[in-house]
Design a protein around this ligand. Structure first.
Ligand code: GDP
Ligand code: MG
Length: 161
């Protein structure tokens, strides 16, 4: 996902984003989605759901041995989320960069977590950490036919040829 090798042309990717329960409760969904749209990412899927324990545990399976896991599952199932798929050039690393570091205390100003969070857990947003994670997570949260491919008018002004 590191796109620092400038010789490699940008790859069109999809990534999963979750506007976590704290984001919904703080009414920041629109403001944060606006950042992704303004950046040039395309919304390929978007829905609001109440996450059940099983889906939460599957999504965060890599953390199941961590001490914060029970609290994390309580958090992600503690209220509705908005979950979506964003698409665009190097979408995985672009979204991770816009999110900032996991802890809102450490995240740089200008990033989503840096601007809106002072918590390690309540950090507003999830974004897939690699193209492999994105594929796994998109399949977990969405039916294939509900992730849409379409052209945006004027995309020639946003994307390189
Ligand atoms: P991310 O990829 O930046 O979201 O971070 P991780 O994959 O490491 O952790 C997944 C999620 O678990 C984070 O976004 C936080 O909501 C939560 N989390 C991570 N580390 C901690 C921690 O040390 N304590 C608590 N309470 N929550 C954590
Ligand atoms: Mg992670």
């Amino acid at each position: 996902t590191d796109h620092s090798d400038q010789s490699r042309p940008p790859v069109m990717q999809r990534t999963l984003v979750i506007f976590k329960p704290d984001c919904v409760q703080r009414r920041l969904v629109g403001q944060i989605l606006q950042r992704f749209e303004a950046k040039g990412l395309r919304i390929a899927a978007l829905k609001m759901i109440q996450v059940g324990r099983e889906l939460g545990e599957q999504h965060y399976a890599e953390h199941k041995e961590r001490p914060f896991f029970p609290g994390l599952i309580g958090f992600i199932t503690g209220g509705p989320v908005v979950v979506g798929v964003l698409a665009g050039p190097e979408a995985v690393s672009v979204v991770r960069g816009m999110m900032g570091k996991t802890s809102g205390i450490e995240a740089a100003p200008g990033t989503i977590r840096g601007d809106f969070s002072v918590s390690k857990q309540n950090n507003l947003i999830h974004g897939s950490d690699s193209p492999e994670s994105a594929a796994r997570e998109i399949a977990l949260w969405f039916k294939a036919e509900d992730v849409l491919d379409y052209d945006l008018a004027g995309s020639g002004w946003v994307y390189e040829a």
